[in-house]
Design a protein around this ligand. Structure first.
Ligand SMILES: Cc1cc2nc3c(=O)[nH]c(=O)nc-3n(C[C@H](O)[C@H](O)[C@H](O)COP(=O)(O)OP(=O)(O)OC[C@H]3O[C@@H](n4cnc5c(N)ncnc54)[C@H](O)[C@@H]3O)c2cc1C
Length: 312
């Protein structure tokens, strides 16, 4: 268990964020177990400090001003592969386990459910918080239950149905509740079926941006019934996939591909990626976010919603 002496001060955060942008944390602590994670939150509360849990830092933008409270770097890494029964496999894990480890351990045993997540950086806690997904699949599909730390500092286990999962969101993204661990379930599939999805995910990684980023800057656009966007732009009907339109296409159509502000750039390869092409400041990224929102609103009449969380 950590002691107060283990809490570091003025720790630069840029190397803990895939964007490679950001100032320092006033207080910074690495936790290795759930118990330490809980203790760290209690310490922050007792000292009247704001806090946030940092997983792999792959879905955040940290301001140069840094963070004036406690950053809790979650490296809790307990992982228990359960019994394989009736074609199902249960996995219990701490929230600091890397998503890549879950993908590796389950696919190796011939179980399906996480193979689409190959190449998604970060922790399973971050993936549950943002309901990370790709290839039409998402984290909520493998979650059976979550052990969480509530706002009242009570620890409880909640079912998937109570997690408030939505497209790239969950109850954990909307409040200060913390994912301590989860029980996940996987199903037996043939090697060919698993490899086919794994290979699709590998192809996405192969085509990824050659610059630091935090993945997609915006959520894709969810199409509603009688959506004015499609009524006003019927040509977009052919762009609807799984009830959504890729926002990268809309940003591209708004003429922003390759647009630079300072060291940040809307990536030419996929316009929903804002990249740090060298020495970008958080303000550069925020200005590109603002510009993309304005131009897409002007051209298509819709509001883009950020997928990344801004830490300031
Ligand atoms: C190259 C690249 C590709 C990507 N591809 C995809 C993709 O295909 N699909 C996709 O969905 N995302 C993608 N992402 C975004 C990102 O990797 C995922 O959202 C990832 O699951 C975030 O996990 P993390 O641990 O890095 O979270 P962090 O960035 O550390 O944190 C994100 C948010 O989650 C909160 N959080 C983290 N851990 C916990 C916890 N235990 N309890 C409560 N809150 C917590 C943080 O406080 C923060 O608000 C990509 C990112 C990059 C850089």
């Amino acid at each position: 268990m950590f002691s107060v002496d283990d809490i570091q001060q003025n720790v630069p955060l840029s190397s803990f964020a895939t964007f490679r942008i950001g100032g320092a944390a006033k207080y910074f602590l690495v936790v290795k177990t759930r118990e330490e994670l809980i203790k760290a939150v209690k310490w922050a509360r007792e000292n009247d400090l704001s806090y946030f849990v940092l997983g792999g830092g792959s879905n955040i933008l940290i301001s140069e001003k840094g963070f004036s409270g406690l950053v809790i770097k979650n490296e809790s890494n307990g992982l228990k592969i359960g019994e394989m029964e009736d074609g199902k496999l249960k996995v219990k894990c701490d929230s600091g386990v890397m998503t890549a480890k879950i993908v590796f351990e389950t696919t190796k045993l011939g179980y399906s459910g996480a193979e689409w997540g190959f190449g998604i950086p970060g922790t399973i806690g971050g993936a549950i918080c943002g309901n990370a997904g790709r290839l039409g699949r998402e984290t909520s599909q493998i979650v059976e239950s979550v052990t969480m730390l509530g706002g009242d500092l009570s620890e409880k286990e909640i079912a998937k149905s109570e997690c408030g999962f939505e497209y790239r969101s969950s109850r954990f993204k909307k409040n200060q509740e913390i994912v301590l661990g989860a029980e996940l379930e996987f199903v037996k599939k043939s090697k060919e079926e698993i490899n086919s999805v794994l290979n699709e995910a590998k192809e996405i990684v192969r085509q990824g941006a050659p610059f630091p980023s935090a993945g997609c800057a915006f959520k894709n656009y969810v199409v509603r019934q009688n959506d004015p966007l499609l009524l006003n732009h019927p040509d977009l009907n052919e762009k609807v996939r799984g009830g959504k339109i890729g926002v990268g296409f809309l940003i591209d159509q708004s003429g922003l591909k390759g647009r630079k502000i300072g060291g940040a750039r809307i990536w030419e390869g996929h316009a929903n990626y804002i990249v740090n092409a060298g020495g970008a400041k958080s303000g550069d990224v925020l200005e590109l976010i603002k510009l993309a929102k304005e131009k897409v609103k002007e051209k298509f009449g819709i509001e883009l919603e950020e997928e990344i969380r801004v830490i300031k």
